[in-house]
Design a protein around this ligand. Structure first.
Ligand SMILES: Cc1cc2nc3c(=O)[nH]c(=O)nc-3n(C[C@H](O)[C@H](O)[C@H](O)COP(=O)(O)O)c2cc1C
Length: 273
């Protein structure tokens, strides 16, 4: 079996996954992504950080506005405080570097003031979305870049559990908010992370028009692939991917405090009109 065939089979958890004729080293690299939650203490150097941020800045940006920023946190005490704010996730303390990705409309307000313009549009949900999308695109470039340097990463959505406290810790001005964190570090070879299967393309790829019913067979297949994945990892998981995913959306408690995100954003200078 070719290396590329094995990448596809692992990505989809399916031994009979067809390998497209189109391919490239970058696609191979992306197919091998896995989140890393166990790190060696080796620091992430300034040169590595500079290269990762250059890759992040190379992402497209809505209207070339660059409505995002990132805070690199290395101080163990600050990382520990942020870990506590993000559900006490042990890998945040362990990773030598935590990147906190921000939707940043404060810079645009400052630019507008400097040139004597109003900045009414910054109050709208649309501009908040621009900041979140810009931050996410930049961060994902950073993930691919970090992985290409032999580093591992894991996103930390729990950085939205307590947005005001995170903003205070990072001294964010109004109109700046953490979208998510990203742990970065050298993966601990003693606890290797596995590639987690994705749903078959029939679930996410639609041709010309969208269809929910056409996804059913692929979702059933995915429950099977995830059950095999859990078993291969020795994970005692009760219920299927469908059961799990349904639990993640069944009530407000599942949002881990993020049910009050609109109020938090309002308090942080995002009116979201
Ligand atoms: C926006 C976002 C937030 C996430 N938040 C967390 C988190 O707080 N803690 C965590 O351990 N993993 C988190 N993850 C990682 C996902 O659980 C992971 O990407 C998913 O299970 C797929 O696994 P893989 O990345 O290994 O392919 C997050 C991922 C994304 C994209």
């Amino acid at each position: 079996m070719s290396n590329r065939a094995s990448l596809y089979q692992t990505r989809y958890g399916s031994p009979d996954m067809a390998v497209p004729a189109a391919g490239s080293p970058i696609i191979d690299h992306l197919l091998a992504h896995r989140s890393v939650r166990a790190y060696l203490p080796d620091p992430v150097g300034d040169d590595q950080l500079a290269a990762i941020v250059a890759a992040a800045q190379s992402a497209a940006s809505s209207s070339n506005l660059h409505a995002w920023s990132v805070v690199a946190v290395r101080d163990p005490a600050r990382k520990a405080r942020l870990a506590e704010l993000a559900g006490d996730q042990a890998h945040i303390g362990q990773a030598p570097l935590l990147l906190v990705w921000l939707a940043d409309l404060a810079r645009l307000e400052q630019v507008a003031r400097k040139v004597g313009e109003a900045h009414v549009a910054l109050d709208y949900l649309e501009m908040f979305e621009v900041g979140v999308i810009d931050a996410a695109l930049a961060a994902q470039n950073a993930v691919a870049a970090a992985e290409s340097l032999g580093l591992g990463t894991v996103y930390i959505g729990a950085m939205r559990n307590r947005p005001e406290d995170v903003a205070a810790e990072l001294q964010l001005p109004p109109r700046v908010v953490a979208v998510f964190g990203l742990c970065v570090g050298t993966p601990d070879p003693a606890q290797p992370a596995a590639v987690k299967p994705r749903p078959p393309q029939s679930v996410v790829l639609h041709h010309e028009t969208y269809s929910l019913p056409r996804q059913a067979a692929g979702l059933e297949q995915y429950d099977g692939a995830m059950a095999a994945f859990y078993a291969s990892q020795g994970m005692q998981v009760r219920g299927s991917w469908s059961n799990h995913s349904a639990k993640r959306v069944r009530d407000t408690a599942a949002l881990s405090g993020r049910d009050r995100l609109v109020a938090a954003l309002n308090a942080l200078g995002f009116p979201l009109r």
